[in-house]
Design a protein around this ligand. Sequence first.
Ligand SMILES: Nc1ncnc2c1ncn2[C@@H]1O[C@H](COP(=O)(O)OP(=O)(O)O)[C@@H](O)[C@H]1O
Ligand SMILES: [Mg+2]
Length: 348
Amino acid sequence: MIELEGLTKRYGEKVAVNNLTFTVRPGIVTGFLGPNGAGKSTTMRMLLGLDNPTAGDVRIDGKHYAQLKDPLKYIGALLDAKAMHGGRSAFNHLLCLAQSNGIPRARVHEVLDTVGLTAVAKKKAKGFSLGMGQRLGIAGALLGDPEILMFDEPVNGLDPEGIHWIRNLMKSLAAQGRTVFVSSHLMSEMALTADHLVVIGQGRLLADTSMADFIRQNSRSYVRLRSPQRERLLDVLHQSGITAVEAGGGTLEVDGTGPERIGELAAQHRLVLHELSPQQASLEEAFMQLTAESVEYHAHADHQGPGDAAAGRAPSGGPPPGQAPGQAPGQAPGQGWGSGWQQPRKGN
Ligand SMILES: Nc1ncnc2c1ncn2[C@@H]1O[C@H](COP(=O)(O)OP(=O)(O)O)[C@@H](O)[C@H]1O
Ligand SMILES: [Mg+2]
């Protein structure tokens, strides 16, 4: 179990991690989700005692990292795949880690096998691709057979087969009753892996919820409409007590009424429709809206975008933990973020 309480980290003026309180529980995969720069890596570094909190506390099974004897047997972590001595072979890198934590040599062979690096065990780590480095980092995390595992953006640099492998690895580690805490900036990745979600933006907690609840709350379905007789259509819908919202590009969006009823109403009134399509808001969109609010809260000055998306909502900069905000139709997703965030970093 990992417990954070009011965990905060400042770098000068910058508040990288802002008063985070949540618990990471055993037996499930907990996804730690947030756009680049949200504070995920900083949080994980504080967990491992690599950075000191400005305020608050983080404990592993009730202890600070520094208080753990042979820490690799408690918690295994992959933070930065490049953080190793490039001149050492994969085997020697792991052997050094093993020896400093009282772990037998045979375990090095086991973990090399688990991550599929046995064939290159004698090769120097500096010649490794990013994907191979990730695998070696994961081998290091598994070395002490720890009850708690933490991975910072582990799929970066992995090929599709590698991504599939790490997903299954995380799930099986959780199924063995271990605590698995994994970060990502990709909602799509988390949706496939995590049982529980902790979402942060600008260092602040935005949601702490089960994946199932997040999906239930955010899988908004609606109907998109286009008609050359738009004004008349709006009147007809209005008279039937159906609210349509203008959604740009001449389209209308209707929540809470199925396409059958709308189509029948249009036919009754001899209205031409050019589009009548059921739509499903994606989780990616929900995630972007959630974090766009936190972006707005901190950087709203000369910046158009998330301010629009969040218009009309509470100015508090985000919903309370565990609660995703409702969505208004017609918001353009993803405004205010760098456009590159959706692409996994290139590797291999
Ligand atoms: N050592 C540091 N000195 C100054 N600022 C930092 C340092 N480390 C991280 N930051 C800043 O803190 C914020 C959070 O960074 P980080 O934890 O790496 O985010 P994430 O892992 O979610 O992408 C970023 O704005 C980053 O620039
Ligand atoms: Mg990071």
